[in-house]
Design a protein around this ligand. Sequence first.
Ligand code: FES
Length: 161
Amino acid sequence: MLFDMEIDMSDESTTVPEKYRRDGAREYHNDHIVVYWEPRLCIHSRHCVRGLPEVFNSQRRPWIEIDAAMADEIAATVAQCPSGALSFARLDGGLEEVVPDETTVTPRPNGPLAVRGRLRIVAADGTLIREATRVTLCRCGHSENKPFCDGSHRCVGFQAP
Ligand code: FES
């Protein structure tokens, strides 16, 4: 087992309005908010399941119960996800995620670099890999999803303050 929090990849996504569809993401929505989940980016930091367990519960299917809290609470919790595996859009005109003025890079103990800001991750050939406000970048060298962390640092016993 790679992670201590395994999530069944067979979760059924709901269908969101076309303009809010996001390729490669599972989508969970009601009339107020759509939450996107990109499993390949998840580092299982557990901010979501600890912060709003009535909505985010890895033992339940589907693991996101979008009607179990107010959209503002869900948005605030999603914005804490360091990897950006969780993101959201408001369908009711509510507040969107605030993009930080500054870019910050924070090493996570024995893990990746957590980066926040208005980010554009670009490949050496100029190809845009990702635009985001939150990413976690591998610093152990063992990720199978570089430049993003995939949790492999735990398997290899990566140590760094
Ligand atoms: S730091 Fe997480 S896989 Fe490298």
